[in-house]
Design a protein around this ligand. Sequence first.
Ligand code: F6P
Length: 357
Amino acid sequence: MPKRVGILTGGGDAPGLNAVIRAAALTATRVYGWEMMGVLEGFDGLYHGLPLIPLTEQNVRELLARGGTVLGAANRGSPFAHPVPLPDGTIRYDDVSHVAISRMKDMGLDALIVAGGDGTMAIAQKLVEMGARIVGVPKTIDNDLSLTDVTFGFETAINTATEALDRLQTTAESHHRVMVLEVMGRDAGWIALHAGVAGAADAILIPEIPFDIQIVCQKIQQIQLSGRHHSLIVVAEGAAPMGGKQSYTRRETGVRLGGMGHLVGELLAECAAAEVRVTVLGHVQRGGQPTPYDRWLATRFGSAVVHLVAQEKWGQMIALQGTRMVDVPMKAAMRLKRVDPAGETVRMARDLGIVFG
Ligand code: F6P
């Protein structure tokens, strides 16, 4: 039975991460009498052997409603591709996974809880295969992890995006404008779909349905003919036109999505006889306090994952299925969960008159 358990947060943050940390610490200390320790800066902190943070009942008291992660998260820190800058300015990527594992032993960690998305789960799974004692908590505002109905942070992001649409609607009406809102959603359009329906968008463009801009234009023209002179278009950052590509810039750390909202705005300005304005919501969706539902869900995940540690279910991830907490293999959970273009929710949105391009 473990006595000293570490917890780290990996990848991009999500509102509710601190609530996970708090619930895990309270459950571990109160139910099992273990010592719960925070690992700073994700897997990077493990590799570098950064000092552990004791997560006592006292230390986690203020965490429930706090956004971000107090432990920090190295967004692209992988012990399987650790960047080493070379004198000629290039970067070499080393596999330092064995160091990360031996650090766990040096730090006296009997087990590790990792909260993260598909990238973090993939790293954790590989470490488990090397013998590490790790369990997972699903985290992503994009809600695109398989085998869990929902991830915390998603509802907070939808709230933010819906509020943005509500605000855009009033100014769109005043100035008879087409308002384009770009929201997050790298490979999956869950935020765009949910916020688009909740915020009464006229068109929702998502990665799962390559769009034809003419269809969006026709929709705007129909709206104008009906006597309404403003409209709302939601674009997921990962959406792409039929036969075209996603909009991104290449960085040393990989590809950074963004720009599809502006592209859609330019195309609509050409084809619709209306003024178009574009808003990119960006990281506003990831910041701030979690909603009460996300605090509730994150707390359930954080507490339940500690029981997985007690059962020594290494390589398993906690998940919500229906109303129940279950555990699923990390390996299967990191598969992408995408919006079904032929599914009930897209059909419902189409029934309401929303177009997907
Ligand atoms: O995966 C969550 C996410 O919010 C994506 O929707 C988005 O593309 C990405 O993170 C942004 O990451 P970063 O914070 O590295 O810019």
